[in-house]
Design a protein around this ligand. Structure first.
Ligand code: GTP
Length: 260
């Protein structure tokens, strides 16, 4: 019997949420990978949906809006007063994707230099990295490369999903926004990250963004699980085949012995 309450109705994902900008997205598909859809229909998602909790880390300069982003999504609150994150903090969010329960652990890390050392010890084992900058502060965008480099030291660059998020969209004027977005798209492409612009004050794009993160993380977890399973099956076939050939050899030997 499950001890967890049912997933909230507004955390149910039935279709792949769309990207924010096609030119800086993780993939161009508009729906979930067909292998993932059939695995979910046939309940072949293995540990995904049972024990798996995906770790997501949020990094970026101090005061760019990391805590507010998480709080807007998880608690639907916004605090206009700045309180620095000391070390790390985390929130759990439960989703249901294609009928399969899926949990995200969202790690809010400190941007202040003096707390960075503690925060970086929690970077390891992330399935996705959200690199955040302030859309009204171009220097914070320039620093995102360094944040990514630090986070990748603790993670496998070939499997981790990257998101570049511009926060505080409400603070930049339309003309300012156009300029910084042009640079941000360049940085996102270079990093192979998906780009989003959000505002935690107004809530613009916050839910859409986290639904996309949850869905792409879910998809990559299921694909990894399927790959692991098929590698195990190939191993078994090879073992069976080698046993078969032993059997064949023994039978042949026996036969030839009998014929003599
Ligand atoms: N106008 C506006 N202000 C924001 C937004 N997001 C955050 N802020 C403000 O920016 C300040 C810093 O926000 P935080 O979320 O605490 O920043 P942080 O990146 O977590 O900072 P550290 O914990 O030091 O790393 C606060 O005063 C927030 O109210 C936003 O979308 N719009």
């Amino acid at each position: 019997m499950s001890v967890l309450p049912p997933v909230r109705r507004d955390r149910i994902v039935g279709e792949l949420p769309q990207c924010f900008k096609k030119e800086a997205s993780l993939h161009s598909r508009t729906s979930f990978h067909p292998k993932v859809v059939s695995a979910c229909q046939e309940q072949r998602t293995g540990t995904v949906g049972r024990f798996k909790i995906s770790k997501i880390i949020v990094v970026g300069d101090l005061s760019v809006g990391k805590t507010c982003l998480i709080n807007r999504f998880c608690k639907n609150t916004f605090d206009k007063n700045y309180k620095a994150t000391i070390g790390v903090d985390f929130e759990m969010e439960r989703f249901e994707v294609l009928g399969v329960p899926f949990s995200l652990q969202l790690w809010d890390t400190a941007g202040q230099e003096r707390f960075k050392c503690i925060a970086s010890t929690y970077y390891r084992g992330a399935q996705a990295i959200i690199i955040t900058f302030d859309l009204s502060n171009v220097v914070s965008l320039e620093h995102t490369r360094q944040w990514l480099q630090d986070a990748l030291k603790e993670n496998d660059p070939s499997s981790v999903l990257l998101f570049l998020v511009g926060a505080k969209k409400d603070l930049s004027s339309p003309s300012q926004y156009v300029l910084i977005e042009k640079d941000a798209l360049k940085v996102a492409k270079e990093m192979k990250a998906e780009y989003w612009a959000i505002s935690s004050l107004t809530g613009e794009n916050v839910k859409e963004f986290f639904f996309r993160v949850a869905s792409l993380t879910f998809e990559s977890s299921v694909l990894a699980e399927l790959e692991k399973r098929s590698a195990r099956n190939i191993g078994e076939v090879v073992r069976i085949n080698s046993n078969d050939s032993n059997l064949y050899m023994t039978t042949k030997k026996r036969k030839s012995k009998c014929c003599k």
